[in-house]
Design a protein around this ligand. Structure first.
Ligand SMILES: Nc1ncnc2c1ncn2[C@@H]1O[C@H](COP(=O)(O)OP(=O)(O)O)[C@@H](O)[C@H]1O
Ligand SMILES: [Mg+2]
Length: 234
């Protein structure tokens, strides 16, 4: 399977501050790639650059063989890249049902999105008529993830979906991502919750101070202890 996404020596700065230096990374179609690293390493910046929110200083973002780093965010989204940013990408003043229906608006995916969401996350089933802003934090993240997964993007970018949530909720979120991954979804996932990410990922990149400092299969990365040295026990 070819590379769906390729980052080629991306360098990104905020004003004068360098956030990424020569970051190269490949996401093959149908795989889950985890991007790990300590706070401030540049993980979110990497995802923001892919989705067109920050223009790189140099380097390329190649999606399906085409350079996209000069495209506006809506064009990148339309090309099939969906970014679930840190925090929750939902509409709090719409109902849960409306949030889910919007995820499939204009797509011809032949899926009853609210019904599928309730199957993925049974906690959402009785909440459909409620305003999304009244859900618990965990339920809001389930909703955000259900919207993202069920709109079937070509590439899903997930930024710390586990942030601030209880382990029992995190397990449900990861199980849903796993199910979609097994069904063929391609995912680039940023996580603080290293163990869960390692169980899900086919391949891992470790980022520190804006540079890729190691890469490999999860088992190899754990064996060498490199993750623990950067992430403190990970
Ligand atoms: N909007 C911003 N303006 C200026 N600097 C930023 C901004 N966002 C992030 N940074 C800086 O860029 C670096 C990488 O941040 P980030 O990509 O958020 O790291 P991570 O997601 O790995 O924690 C950090 O040094 C951070 O302080
Ligand atoms: Mg971040």
């Amino acid at each position: 399977m070819g590379a769906l996404l390729e980052l080629d020596r991306l360098t990104v700065s905020y004003g004068g501050l360098r956030a990424l230096s020569d970051v190269s990374l490949v996401v093959p179609e149908g795989t889950v790639v985890a991007l790990l690293g300590p706070n401030g390493a540049g993980k979110s910046t990497t995802l923001r650059t892919i989705s067109g929110l920050i223009p790189p200083e140099s380097g390329h973002v190649v999606f399906e063989g085409r350079r996209i780093e000069h495209l506006a965010p809506f064009r990148i989204a339309r090309a099939g890249i969906l970014h679930v940013p840190e925090g929750r990408g939902i509409f709090p003043s719409l109902t849960v049902q409306a949030n889910l229906e919007m995820a499939s608006y204009g797509l011809n995916i032949g899926v009853d999105v609210p019904a599928e969401a309730a199957r993925l996350f049974p906690a959402l089933e009785s909440r459909m008529a409620q305003f999304a802003g009244t859900l618990s934090g965990g339920e809001q993240q389930m909703l955000a993830l259900a919207r993202a997964l069920l709109s079937k993007p070509k590439l899903l970018l997930l930024d710390e979906i586990s942030m601030g949530l209880a382990p029992i909720i995190v397990n449900q979120l990861f199980a849903a991502v796993k199910e979609m991954a097994v069904a063929g979804a391609t995912v680039l996932i940023v996580e603080q919750y290293v163990q869960a990410a390692l169980e899900l990922a086919d391949y891992v990149y470790l980022l520190d101070k804006g540079r890729v400092v190691d890469l490999g299969e999860p088992a190899d990365m754990q064996e060498t202890g490199v993750l623990a040295s950067y992430l403190g026990g990970g």
